[in-house]
Design a protein around this ligand. Structure first.
Ligand SMILES: [Zn+2]
Length: 320
């Protein structure tokens, strides 16, 4: 895992700082090794105090380092990669981990919480995220078991660590002279989607609701229309950089592009439902060739089925 590669280059702090400025390639996961096009995991320094851990095959994390302590967004998919993230932070600073924010309920963003809990950090999540973290814990574990096995991770090591503090629509955290703004605009990809602005860095963290040229999982959203509106709102925000929960650093134009894709996909599937096409025929005939180069295009059949469920029944059976 990443820890090994990181400690191998961690000899001199100055050399490390230099390497961080250009982005250090870390060890690819076994999943990355199978996918030749997947870039290796990498820690990118965004500003003097803001870092973006980018793992194409897993999930990202962001941390802000100040004289007063560290704020972390998301903790990866399991306590071991979570510990590797903590080790990376410890190569940069020995200041206390003050805050950990979990951006949404998916396990690949909070199953690494345990090592951070042991540091005494205060955990924060939006109220719906906190509720769903508990409510669908078993399902979140079940859909990750194969991934854990492929990476040699023991599922029994995962412990549910819930937030100490929840918020409904807004929360501001002050740390080391900076303000970090947590915002909930309502459900996008799911209830609880938390956006986090770093005004001093003109950067915005986005949760599962956005990934650059990536077809998202449609099983959790209560309204694609609201999701599209939310992304359009985010694309209009006064920021320079988007730091997403999945995929590389992006721009507001990338957010707009996803909004357009979602609207397009939803309209086409809604039209098929309105014409009385059954779901199996829809999966066969709606091939969306315009998105064949997008990430997760291979999940299209599942996404069409999930949209059929939403349009025909209004239900989100995963969240039952
Ligand atoms: Zn995720």
């Amino acid at each position: 895992m990443a820890t090994k590669a990181f400690s191998a280059i961690a000899g001199a702090v100055t050399a490390l700082a230099l390497a961080l400025a250009v982005g250090i390639p870390l060890t690819p996961t076994p999943a990355a090794a199978q996918n030749r096009t997947a870039p290796p995991a990498e820690l990118k320094q965004i500003t003097n105090d803001l870092y973006f851990f980018y793992e194409f095959t897993g999930s990202n994390a962001v941390f802000m380092v100040t004289d007063e302590g560290v704020l972390v967004i998301d903790t990866r998919t399991h306590p071991r990669p979570g510990q590797a993230l903590l080790d990376m932070i410890r190569k940069i600073t020995d200041k206390p981990i003050k805050w950990v924010i979990n951006s949404h309920f998916h396990g690949d963003h909070h199953f690494g919480n345990a090592p951070f809990k042991a540091t005494g950090a205060t955990f924060v999540a939006q109220a719906e995220t906190a509720r769903l973290m508990q409510h669908v814990q078993a399902k979140e574990m079940a859909r990750r078991i194969d991934g854990f096995k492929n990476q040699g991770l023991d599922p029994n090591e995962v412990k549910l660590v819930l937030p100490d503090v929840t918020f409904d629509t807004n929360m501001t955290i002050k740390l080391g002279g900076r303000e970090v703004r947590l915002m909930y605009f309502g459900p996008g990809q799911q209830a609880g989607d938390t956006f986090i602005a770093f005004p001093h860095a003109r950067a915005l963290f986005t949760p599962g609701a956005f990934g650059k040229r990536s077809m998202p999982n449609m099983a959790f959203t209560p309204s694609v229309d609201s999701w599209v509106k939310l992304l359009e709102q985010v694309a209009a925000m006064d920021v320079d950089r988007i730091l997403p929960a999945h995929g590389d650093v992006a721009t507001r134009a990338d957010v707009k592009e996803l909004a357009a894709m979602l609207a397009d996909e939803y309209a086409i599937v809604k039209d098929a439902v309105a014409k009385g096409m059954n779901v199996d025929d829809a999966v066969k005939t709606l091939t969306f060739p315009q998105y064949k180069d997008w990430r997760n295009y291979n999940r299209l059949a599942g996404e069409i089925r999930a949209l059929y469920e939403l349009i025909q029944t209004g239900k989100r059976s995963y969240l039952d």
